[in-house]
Every structure is written in C-alpha cells, then in structure tokens.
Design a protein around this ligand. Structure first.
Ligand code: UDP
Length: 332
C-alpha cells in the first residue's frame, strides 16, 4: 500500500534552519506517533511518502518530501500518487475534499477542522469532537526505540510541556508528598509557571527539553512517570481533555509505571500500566507511598504496552481503516 503521511511542519525551537523531524529531535508528540506508525507500516511492506518534516533522515521505503505548505504538499501528492493520504495536520496540508482517499488522525482537543474519516485517540477525545462511531486507535510505541530497565532509580519523572494543563506543578506536589526528587523535563514556554514550581518545590530539578538517549534513559530509570494532566489551562484557553498521551506507552514499554490523573484518555489507558487518580486529588504522604507501592512490575508493564500499543498492532489497525477509505467508505 502507498501511504502519504502528512506531519504538521514546525520549526525546531528558535532555529529557523531546521524543521522538527520524524522522529523529533526533542519534544514532539505527533512526530513520535508518525515515526512509530511508519515503523509498523514499513514492516508490513507499505511504501511511505513523508510530508511536513524536511530534514528527516532517509530510510528505505520512505520518501521524505521537502513540502511544508498546502500547495507544495499537493504537488508532492500528485507526484507520489498514494493509495491513501493519512493527515495528522488537522487540515493544514490537506483540503477538505482531496483527490485521494484520506484518513485524518485528530491529535488535538475539540471539534476538528475536517471531520470526515476521522480517527480518534480515546473515547474522551472522540466524544468531545461530537463523533459517535469514528474509529479509536491508541497511540503507538515501538519497543525497539526504548530502553527497558527492571531496576529503577529513586526519582520521579515528568516528561512533556511544562504547562498548567500537563500538571507539572501537580507532579512536583506529588513528588514532595512521596519524598522523592522530581526530574522535570520538557520545553517551558511559560517561564513564570516553571519558576513558581522551582521556588515552591525544592525537590524539583528542571533539566530542560530532552531527546536521544538522555530521554530514553530517563524513561527507563524513573521509579514512575507522572502524567497528572489537568482539565484547564490548555493551549487554546478551553477545557483540556488529554487526547492521547504518548508518554504513557513510552514509559510502560521502558518498564516504568504511570501515575496519572483520569483526565481524558488517561482514565482509559493509565489504569493498564499504573493508576489514574481523580484530578482534584492531591495525595498525602501516606497515600503517595501507598500508590507507589501498588504499581505494576516492569516486565508486566512492557508486555502490556507491546500488546496494547505496539507499533505492529497499531499499524494493522490503521491498515484496516485505510482499506475502508480506499474502498470508498466515509464516516464522521
Ligand atoms: N518529549 C521529548 N522531550 C521532552 C519532552 C517531551 O522527547 O523534553 C516527547 C515525549 O517523549 C512525547 C512527546 O514529546 O513523545 C509529548 O507527547 P504527549 O502526547 O505526551 O504530549 P503532547 O503532545 O500533548 O504535548
């Protein structure tokens, strides 16, 4: 099958010479999803055109396009002539009615720009988008891209945007209650929020945005990953319903349990690899100790992540959806 994969084109930090690649140099949830899905599709013999991530390292079976705009994307699509287009850009690079069968994975909150042939990441996200029966396919993880460790170090990890809706401050509060240091990793685009956390929680160390082996060692070494997402403070001002949460599968496949809230997708996925706490709950020292003591073992976590969210499983689900679109099926 020939698949054109449309990734949202973003510059890499302040650097105007580089785009965020697939997989990303550092922070980049959608770019990780696209990379991992491509891993699974290539294993099944698919041929891929990757648009929206110029500079991505070439690999066999993948043509990397330089297109980053609507018009140049259409040109690249015409030259490749895909069986199906898979849009991850919320319509940024694809018209509402393209000339090819199309499938659109929605990565954000709320009602998407183009709803036809949408795929959602969780029941919560699909509900908020007003769809009743579009497919739900969880975010994938490729175990070969992560380090697995049975023996954990004495720290908790936050890995993501250091923002209110991602619960970075809540992670610091949990770590303090648990009596463990917190490593806070990720871009901090709201410096006041970050400085407030560091001032109020001395056990928190900010290590900035991480990529490469630093990222995988943190994921593998942490005693637990904290994903205490909050339903407010989202990027567009509205309610934040955690849509898919890539970090959950990444931690689990590294043998690291997840302590989450039950916001959005987290209430659906975190209980399989840890715990989903009610958002309004800030645990006491005793409760935090009990939560940490009750988390699943590394071997179980890795096996669960591979079974539920492994790249082969998720790529097979997408190929079913592609075939449905290629056969002329439409759904909202
Ligand atoms: N990430 C990273 N380096 C960082 C912070 C985050 O590589 O410093 C990655 C993280 O591993 C995950 C992604 O960025 O793959 C964030 O995706 P997620 O779905 O968890 O959050 P969102 O896309 O909502 O920001």
């Amino acid at each position: 099958m020939k698949i054109a994969m449309l990734n949202p084109p973003h510059r890499y930090g302040q650097d105007t010479t580089q785009w965020i690649s697939v997989p990303p140099q550092g922070y980049g949830g959608i770019q990780w999803v696209v990379a991992t899905l491509i891993d699974g599709l290539l294993a099944d013999g698919c041929e891929i055109l990757l648009v929206g991530a110029p500079g991505t390292a070439p690999r066999s079976g993948v043509t990397v396009s330089n297109a980053t705009t609507y018009d140049t994307t259409l040109e690249a699509l015409r030259a490749f002539d895909p069986d199906v287009v898979h849009d991850h850009t919320n319509g940024q690079l694809l018209p509402a009615e393209p000339d090819w069968p199309a499938v659109r994975t929605h990565h954000l909150n709320g009602v998407p720009e183009h709803r036809v042939n949408g795929v959602y990441l969780s029941h919560a996200q699909r509900r908020a988008a007003g769809s009743a029966d579009a497919p739900i396919i969880r975010l994938p993880v490729n175990p070969d891209r992560y380090t697995y460790r049975e023996k954990k170090d004495d720290f908790l990890l936050f890995l993501g945007r250091v923002s209110v809706h991602k619960g970075a401050r809540d992670a610091a509060a949990f770590a303090q209650a648990a009596g463990l240091p917190l490593k806070l990793a990720g871009p901090a685009w709201e410096p006041d929020y970050l400085h407030g956390i560091l001032a109020d929680y001395p056990g928190t160390e900010y290590i900035g945005e991480v990529g490469g082996s630093r990222r995988t060692s943190l994921l593998a070494g942490a005693a637990a990953l904290l994903a205490l997402s909050q339903p407010f403070g989202g990027p567009f001002g509205g309610e934040w319903i955690e849509p898919g949460a890539t970090v959950v599968a990444e931690a689990a496949v590294s043998g690291t349990p997840v302590i989450a809230t039950d916001n959005g997708c987290l209430g659906e996925i975190a209980p399989h690899v840890g715990i989903a706490l009610p958002v309004e709950q800030t645990p006491t020292a005793e409760e935090a100790a009990k939560i940490l003591a009750g988390l699943p073992a590394p071997e179980y976590l890795r096996a669960t992540a591979v079974d539920r969210w492994g790249h082969h499983v998720v790529a097979a689900k997408y190929q079913e959806v592609y075939r449905r679109a290629i056969a002329g099926g439409t759904w909202t």
